[in-house]
Write a protein that binds this ligand. Structure first.
Ligand code: ZN
Length: 381
């Protein structure tokens, strides 16, 4: 048992200034004001005076990190997962971009086979971004492997077989059929790397799309007479929408504008590539060489190729760009992604019965400790 005392417990829906929380095994069993949560004699005690305790953070789009790329080598998923708690990430969707179907199958196998001694962030299944994307909006995806949506190709894409989220372009032939088939199996479908018109985007939402991949990036710009996918994602109440808030992928003023429209439909993602957590230099994303400077990762022609953003920095950026509170920002990496994935009874909040995944932060919102499944897996310094 682990008893955490004197913490400022902060969730998207609660704030307890002088709180205590009790963990038994992998689960939270009690929390509340300090005087209301008894400390069992057998519990280890963690004094969190001066620290904020939040639910663990869920990241829906990350391509790799620490010099490793999931698409180039899916077996690296677990190594990267072990490093993510330093950024507050306790669960995530390893993202495999456009590549041969056999490569996606290899990633499915990897994500389903948790190593016995593994300690780190929990992969909840893959985010498969591609290959059913619009070649006009390919970004840093290899056009060789782009293909039209195909029911046969997705036959084994289910949550039980390691696929949790699929990004596709809803305007492609047969896309609506593929969306319906995936949704019927419990896979979340997202619109991204697309040239969809507003009408095509709404048809995709009607077919079951419930996520938008990196809003504003790899999609036509918003036009007041032709609102396109961006107009649909900003105004339709159904989808959760991802944004890369590094200050480069989207101008801070546009982040502020989108935040006001999206509110709790916003999901912060990093879309980080292998240079995250590494020095500047030359790296890969999928099949391409990428040059990384202090702030961005780009192909030779200047196209942005993922980011080097970390999720804790994304939260601080959102507060800076919009003036929102930390509690408001917190929702974008806890309850909102957990709800999207249908996991909000176990993740994304702090409540008895939930998985004991949590983050302790200092007053500057820097990660001090990360707890996963009731175990302290990261300690700063
Ligand atoms: Zn992308």
């Amino acid at each position: 048992m682990l008893y955490i005392k004197n913490a400022h417990i902060l969730t998207p829906v609660r704030s307890i200034l002088d709180g205590a929380l009790l963990i038994d095994g992998e689960k939270i069993v009690a929390l509340g004001p300090l005087e209301q949560v008894a400390c069992p004699v057998e519990a280890a005690v963690l004094d969190a005076h001066g620290l904020i305790l939040t639910p663990g953070w869920v990241e829906l789009q990350i391509n790799g990190g620490f010099g490793l790329d999931f698409t180039a080598d899916p077996s690296t998923i677990w190594t990267v997962a072990a490093g993510l708690p330093q950024y507050g990430v306790t669960a995530f969707l390893p993202t495999v971009i456009t590549s041969p179907l056999e490569n996606i199958a290899r990633a499915q196998q990897t994500v389903l086979n948790r190593p016995h001694d593994f300690v780190g962030a929990t992969p909840l299944g893959l985010h498969v971004e591609g290959p059913f994307l619009n070649p006009q909006k390919k970004g840093a995806h290899n056009p060789t492997y782009l293909r039209p949506p195909d029911l046969e190709a997705i036959r084994e894409w289910t949550p039980a077989q390691g696929v949790r989220l699929v990004t596709l372009a809803p305007e492609l032939p047969d896309a609506l059929q593929v969306i319906r088939a995936l949704v019927a199996r419990g896979v979340v479908v997202s619109a991204g790397h697309t040239a969809a018109t507003y009408e095509q985007a709404i048809a995709g939402l009607d077919a079951g799309i419930r996520y938008g991949t990196h809003l504003f990036n790899a999609q036509p710009a918003l036009h007041h007479r032709d609102p396109g996918l961006i107009g649909a994602l900003l105004t339709d109440r159904r989808p959760v929408v991802g944004m890369i808030v590094d200050g480069i992928h989207i101008h801070p003023a546009v982040v502020d504008m989108a935040w006001r429209l999206l509110g709790e439909r916003l999901s912060l993602v990093t879309d980080a590539m292998e240079a995250m957590g590494m020095p500047t230099g030359r790296y890969r994303l999928g099949d391409f060489e990428v040059t990384v400077d202090a702030t961005s990762a780009r192909l030779a022609d200047g196209t942005l190729a993922g980011s080097i953003l970390t999720l804790d920095a994304a939260l601080r950026n959102l507060m800076r760009f919009t003036g929102c509170t930390f509690q408001d920002a917190l929702k974008t990496v806890t309850l909102t992604p957990a709800r999207l994935l249908g996991l909000d009874d176990r993740r994304g909040q702090l409540a008895p019965g939930c998985v004991a995944d949590m983050v302790l932060l200092d007053g500057s919102y820097r990660v001090v400790k990360t707890i996963i499944g009731g175990r302290i897996v990261y300690e700063n310094g």
